[in-house]
Design a protein around this ligand. Structure first.
Ligand code: DGT
Ligand code: MG
Length: 470
C-alpha cells in the first residue's frame, strides 16, 4: 500500500486503517526496534509519554505497510508519520546493524523489571513502579515479600506466572474453541462462536484466547454465558475468573465517546478468566486447521510464523483501544482504573448454583480443598503435579445487532481499532465503538450485517483480519 508519486515522493494512505499491514512484512528488524521505543514510552507512562508512544506506533505501522525493505532513510522522505527521532534510530540501525538508543533501553534494568512486572496479569505500570521502588527484582521477590493484593487477577497471575507467560499455541486455541462451540451449540442451537484477537489475524501464538459469541435471534443470547461457564466447569476447564454484566444502555450510544466509554473498552457481558487447558491441547491435530473462521484462511496453519510473533506475546494488561483524542490524564486514569477495577473482589468459592454476576468465580471443586484460606489456594494448585496449563481466556457475548462491530473491535489489532475510531471521528464525523457506528449529528445508528458492511459504512477498503496487523 505504498506508492511513489510522480515527483518521486513516497505516499502511503494517511490512516493505518486504510493500509494493508501483515504479520510478515519486509521491515521487521526496524519495526521491532521502534516498538521497543514505543513500549518504553508506554511503561514510563508520564507526561507526554502517551503521545510519544503513539508516534512510535504510527511510525512502525507505516514501515509495516511498505512494499520494499528500507535500505536507506532517504527512501522514507515525505512520509509524515516517520519523524526525525525515528529516522535517527533507523539510520543507526541501517548503518551499524543496531541502535544505541534501543540497546540502552533493552539493557536497562528498569526496563527489564517493568517488562517483567507488567507481564503479571492485572499489573499495570503504576504497580510495577511501586514494586521497583520497593526494591523488588523478580517474581520470586514479589511472591516472597508476599505482596498482598486483593485483586484476584494478581493473586492468580502471580501463582501461575510461568504458565500465563508461555505463549498460547494456535492448536490450544483451536481445541478450546471447538469445546466452547460444542457446549454453546448444545445450550443454544445456532449460536455463532468466533475466535478473535491475534489468532484471527493469523498469529500462530498469543497471550490469551478471545472468543466472541452471539446468536442471530437477538435476545436468545441472554443467559448463555452463565450456562456456558457451568458446562466448562463441569468439564473441569475453569480455574478462576470474573463475570461482568453488560453495562450497555441505549442512552450511551449517542454520548460523547469518552463519556460513554468511561475508561472501558466496551459494555458487553463478558467473562475474563483463567482456564485449565489440558497439555494434550498443545499437540497439533490434523483437523486443527478447520476452525470455523469464515475469513481466516487455512494458510494460517500451514505457514508457521511462530518465530516471528512469539516475541509479540505481550503482557496481559489490556491497554487503551480508545481514540487518540484521549488526553494523557485520561489515559493514566484509565490504566489506573484497569489496575484497580477488580479490587475488593476477593475471590470466593461460589457454589455453582449461585449467580456469577459481578463475582469472581472459582470452581466448586476447590471449595473443600481451600477452606477459607483463599490466597493459599492458587499457589498450592500451581505447585501440584498437573496435566494442564493455565491460560487466559476472554468470553464475550454480543447482541446480534452489534455483533459485526464487536467482531471488528475484538479482532483488532489495538492500533487498528484506535486508528479506525479516530479516522471515523475526524474524517466522517462518526463515532465508532464495538457496539456500532453512530452519526452523532443525525442521532442515527448505521447497522451492519457483515464486517464488509462495517468497512463500507466507514468508506474504507475491506481488509481481511490478516491485513489488520498494524
Ligand atoms: P495477543 O492476545 O497478545 O495475541 O494479542 P491480541 O491482539 O489478541 O490482543 P488482546 O487479546 O489484548 O485483545 C484482542 C483485541 O480485542 C484487541 O484488538 C483489542 C481488543 N480488546 C481487548 N480488550 C478489549 C475490551 O475490553 N473491549 C474491546 N472492545 N476490545 C478489547
Ligand atoms: Mg488475544
Amino acid at each position: 500500500s505504498g506508492d511513489k508519486e510522480e515527483d518521486g515522493n513516497l505516499t502511503v494512505p494517511e490512516w493505518a486503517c486504510q493500509r494493508v499491514a501483515r504479520l510478515v512484512h519486509l521491515n521487521k528488524k526496524l519495526t521491532d526496534a521502534i516498538e521497543v521505543l514505543q513500549e518504553h514510552a508506554e511503561l514510563r507512562d508520564g507526561h507526554q509519554d502517551y503521545s510519544r508512544a503513539l508516534a512510535f506506533r504510527r511510525a512502525s505501522c507505516v514501515l509495516k505497510s511498505l512494499p520494499f525493505a528500507v535500505q536507506d532513510v532517504r527512501q522514507l522522505e515525505g512520509l509524515k508519520d516517520v519523524g526525525g527521532h525515528v529516522k535517527r534510530v533507523l539510520s543507526d540501525l541501517l548503518d551499524n546493524g543496531s541502535s544505541s538508543e534501543v540497546q540502552e533501553i533493552l539493557n536497562s534494568s528498569w526496563y527489564q523489571k517493568m517488562k517483567l512486572f507488567t507481564s503479571v496479569f492485572g499489573i499495570g505500570p503504576s504497580t510495577a513502579k511501586k514494586w521497583i521502588d520497593n526494591e523488588l527484582e523478580s517474581i520470586k521477590d514479589v511472591k516472597r515479600n508476599s505482596v498482598r493484593s486483593s485483586d484476584w487477577r494478581v493473586i492468580w497471575g502471580l501463582a501461575f506466572f510461568e504458565d500465563l507467560n508461555s505463549p498460547v499455541l494456535r492448536s490450544e486455541a483451536d481445541r478450546f474453541l471447538s469445546i466452547v462451540q460444542q457446549e454453546a451449540e448444545k445450550l443454544l442451537p445456532g449460536v455463532i462462536v468466533q475466535l478473535c484477537g491475534g489468532f484471527r489475524r493469523g498469529k500462530s501464538s498469543g497471550h490469551d484466547v478471545d472468543i466472541l459469541l452471539t446468536h442471530p435471534k437477538e435476545g436468545s443470547e441472554l443467559g448463555l454465558l452463565h450456562n456456558l461457564l457451568l458446562a466448562l466447569e463441569k468439564k473441569d476447564l475453569i480455574l478462576i475468573g470474573h463475570k461482568e454484566k453488560s453495562s450497555f444502555r441505549q442512552e450511551i450510544l449517542f454520548q460523547d465517546f469518552k463519556l460513554s466509554m468511561r475508561g472501558q473498552l466496551d459494555h458487553f457481558e463478558k467473562w475474563l478468566g483463567i482456564c485449565k487447558f489440558p497439555k494434550s491441547f498443545q499437540e497439533q491435530r490434523l483437523d486443527s486447521c478447520l476452525h470455523n473462521d469464515d475469513s481466516n484462511s487455512n494458510s494460517n496453519c500451514l505457514s508457521d510464523h511462530a518465530a516471528q510473533d512469539l516475541d509479540s506475546v505481550k503482557h496481559c494488561e489490556h491497554s487503551e483501544a480508545d481514540t487518540q483524542t484521549q488526553t494523557q490524564g485520561n489515559s493514566q486514569l484509565h490504566k489506573a482504573s484497569q489496575e484497580k477495577s477488580s479490587e475488593g473482589t476477593v475471590p470466593t468459592c461460589h457454589s455453582l448454583n449461585e449467580s456469577f454476576d459481578g463475582t469472581s468465580y472459582e470452581p466448586s471443586a476447590k471449595k473443600a480443598k481451600c477452606g477459607s484460606s483463599l490466597d493459599a489456594c492458587p499457589d498450592d494448585l500451581a505447585d501440584s503435579e498437573r496435566d494442564w496449563v493455565a491460560r487466559r481466556v476472554d468470553l464475550i457475548i454480543a447482541p446480534y445487532s452489534q455483533y459485526y462491530y464487536a467482531l471488528v473491535g475484538w479482532t483488532g489489532s489495538k492500533h487498528f481499532n484506535r486508528d479506525a475510531r479516530l479516522y471515523a471521528q475526524k474524517v466522517l464525523g462518526l463515532k465508532l465503538t464495538s457496539h456500532g457506528l453512530f452519526d452523532m449529528a443525525k442521532k442515527e445508528a448505521l447497522p451492519s450485517s457483515s464486517e464488509a458492511e462495517v468497512f463500507h459504512h466507514l468508506k474504507l477498503p475491506y481488509r481481511d483480519p490478516e491485513d489488520r496487523n498494524c
